[in-house]
Design a protein around this ligand. Sequence first.
Ligand code: ADP
Ligand code: ZN
Length: 428
Amino acid sequence: MFWEEKIETLPLDRLISLQEERLRNTILRACESPFYRDRLAKSDVSITRNISMENLCRLPFTTKDDLRQNWPYGFLATTKDSIVRMHSSSGTTGRATVVFHTLNDIKNWTSLLARSLYGAGLRRSDVFQNMMTYGLFTGGLGFHYGAEEVGALVIPSGAGNSKRQIQLMRDFSTTAIHIIPSYAMHLATVFDELGIDPKRELDLRFAFVGAEPHSEELRLKIEDFYGCQAFNSYGLSEMNGPGVAFECPFQNGMHIWEDHFIAEIVDPQTLDPLPDGEYGELVMTTLMREGMPIIRYRTRDLTRVIPGICPCGRSHRRIERIKGRSDDMIIIKGVNIFPVQIEKCLMGIRGVGRNFLITLITKGYIDEMVVKVEYENGYDASLDTLKKAILEELRSELLITPKIELVPIGTLPTYEGKAVRVNDERNK
Ligand code: ADP
Ligand code: ZN
């Protein structure tokens, strides 16, 4: 059940002292980079010398803008000769940021993914098909190395080309897939078109899903369609990529690997630290990075730490599934809405298909939300009832009344990578 039992179950007090020791080293290392030499010199020197988990909150934050402004090498804490790999973010919210890794960084990242995958149940006997983009995006190579480390047979199929994915799954009896949740839904439609039922014709045990927000309801849809367990995987390129937080077999929140990262939750407005249990923005610090240590990085992802201990025996705290990034928040008629709230409602309604799109428009002087929803085959006869059910659910969840348009399955745009859920056409 454990890849590294000792460290995964390290008693909390020892975990915290390990974090403090590693944090001190991280600060020393970070000061080798032009960015932190300058940034930390401006902060209170006595704090950086006597850093503890208690006064960590007095260190300055690092933001995506800092990474952009100091692009490409401003954060490098080693010589360029020591760097063996570069990755970048997906660029979802603007210019992609780059991250550099030493060989040790890659080894550490690999071991975090091996730990995550093994903990979920992946074994040497598994056939692991990695349907993520290989290349600068961290999802491909990160998982690839991790699954190999576990000893599984890895099929580096990459993203897209759905028919070939299905062919590979059948030819090589794939037992585990790594897939973006919205793409898993699209692939399901291709399975249907081909008349193949993965539950009967495949031997899938696991789907590892991540890289974008998704609801518990969507997870259940994936599990139901593919006949396997789906595990949530969270990461961001600034903190390596995947392997930052991962679900264990209890599937109740994702364990953050606290021997490699410090996670804080802060109030996104005041930036004050929040206690476990309260929702806020996740702030992360690397503890083992050589190439590019990052201190108090504002992820903009909104979540909370789940209070209490997981029955699996791991001492590392768990975060709840991500609600969305602060930049994904839709503000309409004075109400704040995350796309995943809409997904959650839709995916729980019988007759709703697998895809939806939110469009924001301005009519006269008023902003309106139109939600296009695919309906399942065979629902043509009762579209009015379905529409009413959707409207009711959304109205009570969102407190505004969107316009609903029902469209046949396979009509809305699909993506090989992260889905674009919102189309904002409002007059600015
Ligand atoms: P970008 O920030 O440009 O999208 P990344 O590829 O580094 O580039 O993506 C990291 C982001 O993806 C995270 O900050 C988070 O918003 C999102 N993400 C990753 N995994 C998950 C997950 N399991 N659930 C929700 N969001 C996720
Ligand atoms: Zn657990």
